[in-house]
Design a protein around this ligand. Sequence first.
Ligand SMILES: C[S@@+](CC[C@H](N)C(=O)[O-])C[C@H]1O[C@@H](n2cnc3c(N)ncnc32)[C@H](O)[C@@H]1O
Length: 246
Amino acid sequence: MDEVIEPNYRAELALVHHRGFGFHADACAPGIIELLQEVRSRRGLVVELGCGSGLLTRHLVDAGHRVIATDASTAMLDIARAEVPGVEDVRRLVLPDDQIPPADAIVSTGHVLNYLPTEAAVRRALQLTAEALRPGGVMAIDLCDVEYGGLRANAPNLGRVGEDWAIIAEFSLPSADRFVRHISVFVRNSDGSWRRDDEQHDNVLIDTTWVPDLLARHGVVASLRASFGEESLPAGLRAVVGHRPA
Ligand SMILES: C[S@@+](CC[C@H](N)C(=O)[O-])C[C@H]1O[C@@H](n2cnc3c(N)ncnc32)[C@H](O)[C@@H]1O
């Protein structure tokens, strides 16, 4: 079997994400669960893209949903498998080329599609997402607009420390449609020593106004929203909420 190359979210950052960055999935979960009410009533299948360590997955499963949780990072998937009992399946799915299973709902938080290398790849992933949605199905994903980068052009470094982890991130905006994070993470070993890993996250930023038109061409009626429900999303992050008419 070919070795899996993990550019993002290797073991250390996956752990730090799980321990310190649950707030976004926690904030989005109530609104997404509300949008999926009808899917739950008919025991529909929810496919989550870029599930990470299962922070949103857990909310969906606790709300009674049948969920297939997918991500590109094997380290994230290992945590999700351990942390979310009751999930229907946890599997590797790398956007935009891996096939998305047919679903009654497709959800995603944490600007997963912005991790794709180009706008063309984001378009392809959105098309495949729309095509995987069954009649009556619902989609709810978040996406960074170009505005996201502009608002953070001069953002200071981020530093956060937990009991057994620490993270430092430097931001840069090499062009209007690229947001780059240089991330160093530190995780404490059981003997008290620390291990470090460094990752670079390149996010492509898109003009999200074309997204509803693209989805409409593939049978999904969608709109851009400021949030999924009552939560406040970070500035420049949009909720894309849609459905395929029954
Ligand atoms: C910011 S994290 C969000 C994780 C999780 N959804 C959450 O809200 O906590 C972005 C996730 O996207 C995943 N990802 C990045 N590129 C991907 C790709 N090409 N296909 C599938 N998942 C990808 C990463 O592995 C990571 O788990």
